[in-house]
Design a protein around this ligand. Structure first.
Ligand SMILES: Cc1ncc(C[n+]2csc(CCOP(=O)(O)OP(=O)(O)O)c2C)c(N)n1
Ligand code: SF4
Ligand SMILES: [Mg+2]
Length: 300
């Protein structure tokens, strides 16, 4: 099964398209996708060459939580009345970080608290890419965007952790550089009833300014430097996944963060700054703190 056909209007090497292909293979064709405004919507392409192969509902930003909740409940009602038979389709949201962290958060939080039965996927490219690379709540500190031209001054939110604190059955983070880990997590989420949240780190070359052929390389460096952590939580029980687990236990050393940041034009101002060493040290200290914090959560 292919969810994304040739004819997609996405940029070459688009992380959303790559991620959706993997997710599609794990979910199978019995699924219904809801999308909020984003590159994923803009990528659909003009009819008759639209690129997604399953039913898609395109809803407004604020309503991802409510739309998926309504859809999954309507399906449940139809099964209860005997008007539908067979396996219930997997209902899932496909939303960006803007749609998840910021504009859609209220409805997503409400659906999580109700434990509505769907998967919310956030492909996190750390900006509002579709509208010209504005900062989002997921943009990391110091990254330049069109609304933070001198670099963002505050850190990103930790949304996967916030979602876990909704006491939902399943939360996971994933990376395009570890496709089998992503595939396994989606398969697992599909089998669990209730609200599931999966966030996929999605390096986006036009916004981050790296060569379009390096999407996967950048994804891998994010994990190997400890800038993006791989973990999952079932009913609040956290498990760190490799290589994050090995980094957290200090069995392997993180790659210096400059190897990752230095390859992205959005940090160019930082690399020529007189405070460069101080800032890089602070970023690495924060990485060590987060690894320690997540290891502590895993040991609870
Ligand atoms: C309520 C509302 N505000 C703003 C917009 C304009 N808009 C469309 S896509 C987008 C950016 C979405 O960012 P994200 O969810 O991260 O997806 P990406 O573009 O990065 O794929 C914005 C601000 C809109 N469609 N609706
Ligand atoms: S801007 Fe980024 S997320 Fe949007 S289509 Fe291009 S690569 Fe994909
Ligand atoms: Mg985005």
């Amino acid at each position: 099964m292919e969810y994304v056909l040739p004819g997609s209007a996405a940029c070459a090497g688009c992380p959303s398209a790559i991620a959706l292909r993997i997710v599609g293979k794990a979910l199978g064709e019995n699924a219904i996708m809801i999308m909020t405004p984003s590159c994923a919507v803009a990528s659909i392409g003009p009819l008759p060459k639209s690129c997604y192969t399953i039913p898609v509902l395109n809803v407004c930003f604020a309503s991802a939580g409510a739309s998926a909740a309504g859809l999954t409940m309507a399906l449940d009602a139809l099964y209860e009345k005997g008007r539908l038979k067979g396996e219930k389709p997997t209902v899932f949201n496909w939303a960006g970080d803007g749609g998840t962290y910021d504009i859609g958060f209220q409805g997503i939080s409400a659906a999580a608290e109700r434990n509505d039965d769907f998967i919310h996927f956030c492909y996190n490219n750390e900006t509002y890419s579709n509208t010209g690379v504005q900062r989002s709540g997921a943009t990391p500190i110091h990254a330049a965007t069109t609304t933070t031209p001198l670099g963002k001054e505050v850190p990103r939110k930790n949304l996967p952790l916030l979602m876990m604190e909704h006491r939902i059955p399943y939360v996971a983070t994933a990376s395009l550089a570890y496709p089998m880990d992503l595939y396994r997590k989606v398969k697992k989420a599909k089998e669990i009833k209730g609200f599931k949240y999966i966030e996929i780190h999605s390096p986006c070359y036009p916004g981050w300014k790296f060569p379009s052929s390096d999407t996967i390389k950048m994804s891998r460096l994010a994990v190997q430097t400890g800038s993006w952590l791989l973990w999952e939580a079932e009913f609040g029980k956290v498990t760190l996944n490799n290589p994050t687990s090995l980094l957290a236990q200090e069995k392997i050393k993180p790659i210096p963060v400059e190897e990752y940041i230095g390859k992205q034009g959005r940090y160019a101002h930082l690399l020529t700054s007189p405070q460069k060493e101080e800032i890089l040290n602070a970023i690495e200290a924060e990485i060590r703190r987060e690894l320690k914090f997540m290891l502590g959560r895993a040991e609870l």
